[in-house]
Every structure is written in structure tokens, then in C-alpha cells.
Write a protein of this length. Structure first.
Length: 367
């Protein structure tokens, strides 16, 4: 690969993002704005031990001169550069020791967070679907499904200026049980906005009832950006009216002292579930097998985050003769190790109709 045909766009937590100059100028503008939407305000920090340090974004293309294995209408794999093509979706992927190559035709196929996840596992680290914060001098990881209350905790606890935030949805974890901040934009529903965040944001936001019309306009806006390189209106407004939430940069709601600049050792893991039980159940988990069970549960939730790419990764495992799938296995092992070696692991089971403040009270009882 001729790396002179690439230019550096930005750096995310010690990983450089490069874009091919073979993209037309309009497409490069579209990619740049799409990345801004996905990363809005993500602060670059130094992550020690990152071995995979470069992601190359390039137009989807097939080099027919290279020897390849083909599954007609589905896959084409070239062993020389370990590149897999999904021919029906027109995306390609190559995972090497120190770099990731990703080819695509449309920005709708580009998730920079997934590509960063691949870089992290190449470096024996993983992103975890969790909120993370330092509260009452304890570094706490709260993994859970979406909608359980992670963003509420970050919104509420960050009102205390002594609380620092590692992330409200994704947090990086390494092999030594150190958590690093990963501040992708916070998804903020009207409830969070009205009750906890309105006074901290630089401008007023409005939430209309989500409708099919707004979803169509939202998709049309992305298509125009993808094809012509310019955007219509504000992404937050379209998102609020089509999906019911807006995204905001973490730096808009936190002061500089609340944003960690490095990783710190994990003290407590708190798993939160909602169940049909009528009462709140809070317990510390000491049994090894029960901790392993919780680790498996959280690994599945984390990998659910990348569900759109499972087919790609399973095919990549087949062609490269790796275990299924090597990247997810590394992530699962790191999460299990964290559950087995962290000093305190707790489980909070909430009734379905429990209030968000019940989560805060339950957490305070554990810290």
C-alpha cells in the first residue's frame, strides 16, 4: 500500500485515523463530517500499550491481480494482505498487527467506534458497554444494557464537581484492570435534558415526538451528505425528532477537572439489571462461578454493540483460520479477568418500574 496517498485526519486515544486521497473531495468532506458526528468532542488521551496505532480508511476496491479465494456473490479474500471483501455490501477489512484497513463506498457503512474496538483488542484491551466514573474516590464500572440507567447515573453524578467521568456508554479496559476514558457523544433523552443537563449545555434543545417523517428526513440528510459532501440543518435536531434523543459532547456538560486524562485501576464493578421482582435486590458477588456468569452476560452485551458487524467478523475468522471470532474472544477474556480480579463485584436488580433515583441510592449503598 502506498501510504503517501493518505492524509492524517485525527487521533483517537493514541490511534491515528488516515484517509485515502483516492476518495473524491466531496466524499472526504462527508467522511470528515460523519466522523465528527460519531466522535463529537471525544478527547484524545494517551493510552499506554496501544500496539495497533493506525486505521486507514479507503475506497472499496478489489485488486484482481492478487490471488484470492471467492464465495460468489458474498466474499472475496486475498491472503497476501489478509483483506476480506463483502462483495454484496461493498466493504472490506484487513486486520494487521499494527494497523486496520477498512474500505467502503458509503459513510453509512463506517463506524469508527467498531474500528477502534478492533485496534483495542489487537493491543490486548477492549471497549466495554458500560458507564464509568470516579465517585467517592472509587473507580466504578457499571456495565448494562442500553436503557437500564447508565446515562442517568452519569448525568446525575456529574452534578457533583468532584466526580470524574470515564464515559456514559463505552469505557476502555486493559489487561491490568485499568479503565481509560472513552467519551463518545452522550445520547441524551428529553428526561436527562430537562432534569439534569439543560442548564449546562451551551444552547437550548427541542424535542418533538419522533415520527416516520422525521426518520425519512434524517436518512435523506445523510444520503445528501454522503453523495454531495454537505449537510442540511443540525444533526442534533434531526436526531431528536427522528429517534427521540440528541447527542452532546461530554465537554459541554463536564468541566476540565471531571474529565480523566489517563487510566486508573478499577475498584468496583456494579452490574445493573431490571427484573419482574417487586423489590430492589442489592448484593455483593463473591462466588467465582457467579462472577464468571456475570462476565459472560456483560461480554454478550458488549458484543451486541457491534451486531451489525458480526457477519463480517465471522467470515474474517473463517478465511484467516482464527478461532470464532478471535477479536471477540480476546474481549471476552479481558472482561472475565476483570470480574475475577476486581476486589468488589456487585449486582443490583431493580423492578421494571423502579425510578432512576433508586439506582443512585442503590449505588451509594455499595460505595
Amino acid at each position: 500500500m502506498d501510504k503517501e496517498n493518505f492524509e492524517k485526519l485525527l487521533t483517537i486515544n493514541s490511534v491515528d485515523i488516515w484517509i485515502s486521497l483516492k476518495f473524491k473531495e466531496k466524499k472526504r468532506k462527508a467522511i470528515d463530517r460523519w466522523l465528527h458526528t460519531q466522535l463529537k468532542g471525544l478527547l484524545n488521551i494517551d493510552v499506554e500499550g496501544m500496539k495497533c496505532k493506525r486505521i486507514y480508511l479507503e475506497p472499496y476496491s478489489i485488486d484482481s491481480a492478487l490471488e484470492s479465494e471467492v464465495v460468489p456473490g458474498a466474499y472475496r479474500f486475498t491472503p497476501e494482505n489478509k483483506k476480506l471483501h463483502l462483495t454484496n455490501k461493498k466493504i472490506s477489512l484487513s486486520i494487521l498487527n499494527e494497523e486496520i484497513h477498512y474500505g467502503f463506498n458509503t459513510i453509512l457503512s463506517l463506524s469508527i467506534h467498531f474500528l477502534y474496538f478492533l485496534c483495542s483488542v489487537q493491543s490486548n484491551k477492549t471497549l466495554v458497554h458500560a458507564a464509568g466514573f470516579k465517585h467517592k474516590e472509587k473507580n466504578i464500572l457499571v456495565p448494562a444494557f442500553g436503557g437500564i440507567g447508565k446515562t442517568f447515573l452519569v448525568s446525575k453524578l456529574s452534578q457533583n464537581l468532584t466526580t470524574s467521568i470515564y464515559g456514559d456508554d463505552l469505557v476502555m479496559l486493559d489487561n491490568n484492570n485499568v479503565i481509560f476514558p472513552y467519551h463518545r457523544p452522550m445520547c441524551m433523552y428529553q428526561y436527562h435534558y430537562e432534569n439534569y443537563l439543560k442548564d449546562r449545555l451551551p444552547r437550548r434543545h427541542y424535542f418533538l415526538k419522533p415520527s416516520l417523517l422525521w426518520r425519512i428526513l434524517f436518512r435523506l440528510r445523510i444520503e445528501i451528505l454522503d453523495r454531495f459532501g454537505f449537510q442540511i440543518g443540525d444533526m442534533d435536531d434531526f436526531s431528536a425528532h427522528s429517534k427521540g434523543y440528541i447527542t452532546t459532547a461530554v465537554g459541554d456538560i463536564l468541566n476540565d477537572r471531571q474529565i480523566p486524562k489517563h487510566g486508573e485501576s478499577l475498584d468496583i464493578i456494579v452490574v445493573i439489571k431490571r427484573t419482574s421482582a417487586s423489590e430492589i435486590v442489592i448484593k455483593e458477588v463473591a462466588d467465582i462461578e457467579e462472577r464468571k456468569g456475570l462476565a459472560t452476560y456483560i461480554s454478550a452485551i458488549t458484543h451486541h454493540e457491534w451486531a451489525a458487524y458480526h457477519k463480517l467478523m465471522l467470515a474474517y475468522s473463517a478465511f484467516t483460520k482464527q478461532r470464532i471470532s478471535e477479536q471477540f474472544r480476546i474481549s471476552e477474556n479481558l472482561i472475565e479477568k476483570a470480574f475475577l480480579t476486581t476486589g468488589k463485584v456487585c449486582l443490583i436488580q431493580l423492578p421494571i418500574n423502579a425510578k432512576d433515583l433508586d439506582i443512585e441510592k442503590a449505588l451509594d449503598s455499595l460505595v
